[in-house]
Design a protein around this ligand. Sequence first.
Ligand code: GLN
Length: 495
Amino acid sequence: MHALLTASAPELLALQEAGDASAVDIARAHLDRIAATDDRVHAFLHVTADAALAAAADVDRRRAAGEPLGPLAGVPVAVKDLFATCGVPTTAGSRILEGHRPVYDATVVARLHAADAVVLGKTNMDEFAMGSSGENSAYGPSRNPWDLDRVPGGSSAGSAAAVAALQAPLAVGTDTGGSIRQPASLSGLVGVKPTYGLVSRYGMFAFASSLDQAGPFARDVAGAALALEVIAGHDPLDSTSIPQAAPDLLAGLERGVEGLRVGVVAEFLATDGLAPGVKARVEDAIQRLGKLGAELVDVSLPHAQYALPAYYVIAPSECSSNLSRYDGVRYGLRVPAETAEQMMAVTREAGFGREVKRRIMIGTYALSAGYYDAYYVSAQRVRTLVTRDFADAYRRCDVLVGPTAPETAFRLGAKTADPLSMYLNDVFSIPSSLAGAPALSLPVGADERGLPVGLQIMAPVLGEATMLRAARALEADLALDPVPSGANALEAPRP
Ligand code: GLN
């Protein structure tokens, strides 16, 4: 049991090919782990146990019959509740979609099924992906398996918590300004935000359409690369999808970092509020990259300091437009009232949480006549400057490195009263989001409390293969144990 739960996705494929485990064994082990631990972790909003076991049995039957199988055959995956799942409740963490059952699958979900992955269920999240802790979920927070009194990060809180808790070897999440990387950092996982447009957003409920991207979580780089290969690639159903096939991310993964030019972002390491324990681990990791043969280059992103304020104009503006569709007319919650207009008002009042309302109001204000140029247009100009900073940096280096998040996992409730302190969690992840460029978080050790620290590795647009290769070299060198440990950690499964 223990071995099936700690195995990576590539290991689970190998175990099945060798006849040492069936897909049903693997699915059962993970469903049992969810049943035994999710009362404390609360990673899942909905577990699709019957469908998972049926999909696993189908993989076993086809393997026995010698039929071809997909690249994730029999590998369990947890899916953020922002992705539409046909016939399966999809709430986006919001009351306004309570009980909503989409009539179609998001492309990411369809591709997981086509790859013969076993979908375990839907994971908890900050409402409509707005947040950095999971505490903005309408259904209660998820908890960090490394310390159950702390948050797993957000907004893909449940996806991170599920993989860290050994409830699933893989999960998919979404990242608009950091929602895969920051929870990966806080939960000791590999989390990848791909290039904007690499993964289809069809059926992924929109938050800020010029930034939203889907991506994987895993406890290892190879698992994340494999999952990304499966979900990436052109989709005619998403007009922002890059018209090219999924890249090969596994072939060059073990090539090492010899001669790779690694840019160290000076401003990130000099940021006020960067916890000393995070800084120390990140600096160690950078030195290790140098010892492994990478060429370390000092790099400046002078406009990165304006990325966070620009994001908090752009993202709420797009959110105010995207969320206007939740009006009680066609799906989700409807609170009856005298007139249609009153019905919409009371439905939105009852259905949206505080943070979502705050964003809708900020965005509506920023887009309104008279303020549009002062706020929205200015923010877009800042976005251009940030993108140019990256272009300059990538003339001199292949990847950039820095911390993923300024702190390790914080206590539940520590930042809920102060939105700005919550927003500051994404100060390092937002710049590459504005540039539409890929970035990942890799675990690089623990702070003085034993909580995981993430290194962010950023790359130019479509630089995923190089970025993953650098992460893999460091992962192999560090050889960390991805199973949560510590005084207040979730218990490891029995061997
Ligand atoms: N935490 C950021 C926000 O609240 C980013 C969220 C995300 O990437 N979806 O907007």
